[in-house]
Design a protein around this ligand. Structure first.
Ligand SMILES: C[S@@+](CC[C@H](N)C(=O)[O-])C[C@H]1O[C@@H](n2cnc3c(N)ncnc32)[C@H](O)[C@@H]1O
Length: 351
C-alpha cells in the first residue's frame, strides 16, 4: 500500500494514452518528478525509453527497481561471502529476504526515535510511528543492509532492490494517516502486524536503455533530452521531504537528528520551490526553457497552488497549450472533510 500524495496509479491509463496520441508508441519520455515511479513503470511496459528523476533518494531506489530490473539480481558476492549461512531458498533474492526477516531485533535509531518504548534524543515524548517490535526489526534490517553496502557485498542495483523492498514493507505497518508528517496517537490495526519483507514480482522485459537520476528538475533539465517530458509536480504547499522523512531515512540509511514532536529530519536540502507560490512558476519556466523536448505534458490539480489560468499563461511562453480535464478522486488523509471529487488537469505544451 503506497499512499503517496499525487500518486498517479488511477490516472496512468489516461496519461499514457495522451502520450501515445502525441508521440506514438515509441521514443524517449522523461518523467522528471517521478515519485513512486508508477508512471515510469507504465512507460517502460508500453515500450518507451524512460529518463526518470526526482529529488528524493527513496524515489531513486524505486525508479532503479521499476525501470532497470527484469529479474531478481543474483546477490552473488553476498551469498558467496557466507554471511547468510545455509540458504533456505534456491532463489537468492528470496533467501536474502528470509535472512533479513529472521534477524534478531536491535534497539537502535528507529526504536529510540520512532517507537513508544524509545527515548528520543531531543528529550521529548516517545513517538508512535511503529510498534516497538517493528521499530527494532527495522533497525536490524536496515543496519544489516548498511553493513552489506559499506563492505561492497551488494551491487548498487541490489542495494536499491533491498531498500525498495524494505520501504514497501514499512508502508504496510506504519502507524500514520496517509503521510509520515505525524503519527497516530493509538496504534491502528495494520500497524500491529509484524513487518515482513515480501519479494517483488518483476516485469520481464524492456529493462535496458533507461536513465535514472536524482536531483532537482530545475537543475537536471539542461542534461535531459526526450521526445516528450511528463511533469507531475507537487500541487500543494506540503513538502514531500517533510511528509516522507522516514522513507528518506530508510533510503539513505543514515541516523539524522530527529527534530521536534514528529521527529522530522532536517529536510531543507530537499525543499521544493514548486510548493511555493512565490517561486513555483519560475521553476516551470526554468525547466521548460532548459529541457530539450518538443512536448511537455503537465499534470495538475484543480485545488493546486496555481490556477489553470496562471499555468496556461506561463506555459504559453514556450508553445501552444491545450488542456484536458479529468474527474479524479481526491487524495485524502483518513479524517479529511474535503469533498471527494475534484478535477485533474492534463496540460499539453507543444513547442
Ligand atoms: C505528485 S508527486 C509525483 C507522483 C508520481 N507521478 C507517482 O505516481 O508516484 C511529485 C514529486 O515531485 C518531486 N519533486 C518536487 N519538487 C521537485 C523538484 N523541484 N525537482 C524534482 N522533483 C521534485 C517530489 O519528491 C514528488 O515525488
Amino acid at each position: 500500500m503506497y499512499r503517496y500524495i499525487g500518486n498517479k496509479t488511477k490516472l496512468t491509463a489516461v496519461i499514457l494514452d495522451r502520450i501515445a496520441e502525441l508521440i506514438g508508441l515509441n521514443g524517449t519520455v522523461a518523467d522528471i518528478m517521478a515519485g513512486t515511479g508508477t508512471v515510469s513503470y507504465e512507460l517502460r511496459k508500453r515500450g518507451y525509453s524512460v529518463v526518470a528523476s526526482d529529488m528524493m533518494t527513496y524515489s531513486y531506489h524505486h525508479l532503479i527497481v521499476n525501470l532497470t530490473l527484469s529479474e531478481a539480481p543474483d546477490f552473488r558476492t553476498l551469498i558467496s561471502s557466507g554471511r547468510l549461512g545455509i540458504l533456505r531458498s534456491e532463489n537468492s533474492y528470496e533467501a536474502v529476504l528470509m535472512y533479513l526477516n529472521s534477524l534478531p531485533p536491535v534497539k537502535s535509531f528507529f526504536f529510540e526515535e520512532f517507537s513508544p518504548d524509545g527515548t528520543p534524543s531531543n528529550g521529548g515524548e516517545p513517538r508512535k510511528y511503529f510498534t516497538s517490535d517493528n521499530a527494532a526489526k527495522i533497525d536490524s534490517i536496515r543496519e544489516t543492509i548498511n553493513e552489506w553496502v559499506t563492505n561492497s557485498l551488494v551491487t548498487p542495483a541490489e542495494e536499491s532492490l533491498l531498500k525498495h523492498t524494505l520501504i514497501m514493507a514499512v508502508n504496510e505497518i506504519a502507524n500514520i494517516s496517509g503521510t509520515y508528517g505525524y503519527f497516530l496517537s493509538d496504534f491502528k490495526k495494520n500497524a500491529t502486524d509484524s513487518i515482513v519483507l515480501k519479494p517483488l514480482v518483476f516485469y520481464p522485459t524492456n529493462s535496458e536503455g533507461h536513465i535514472v537520476k536524482q536531483g532537482f528538475a530545475e537543475e537536471l533539465a539542461s542534461s535531459i533530452s526526450a521526445d516528450l517530458c511528463y511533469i507531475d509536480p507537487p500541487y500543494m504547499k506540503r513538502q514531500y521531504a517533510a511528509n516522507y522523512h522516514i522513507l528518506e531515512t530508510l533510503a539513505r540509511g543514515d541516523f539524522p537528528d530527529a527534530i521536534g514532536k514528529s521527529g522530522l529530519r532536517d529536510w531543507w536540502d530537499q525543499h521544493s520551490k514548486l510548493c511555493t507560490k512565490t517561486r513555483g512558476l519560475q521553476s516551470f519556466e526554468t525547466i521548460m526553457h532548459d529541457l530539450n523536448a518538443p512536448y511537455f505534458l503537465v499534470s495538475y490539480s484543480e485545488d493546486g497552488l496555481f490556477s489553470l489560468e496562471q499555468l496556461v499563461q506561463t506555459f504559453s511562453k514556450f508553445g501552444k497549450v491545450t488542456t484536458q480535464e479529468i474527474d479524479y478522486a481526491r487524495f485524502r488523509s483518513n479524517n479529511s472533510k474535503l469533498p471527494k471529487q475534484l478535477k485533474e488537469y492534463l496540460i499539453t505544451v507543444k513547442r
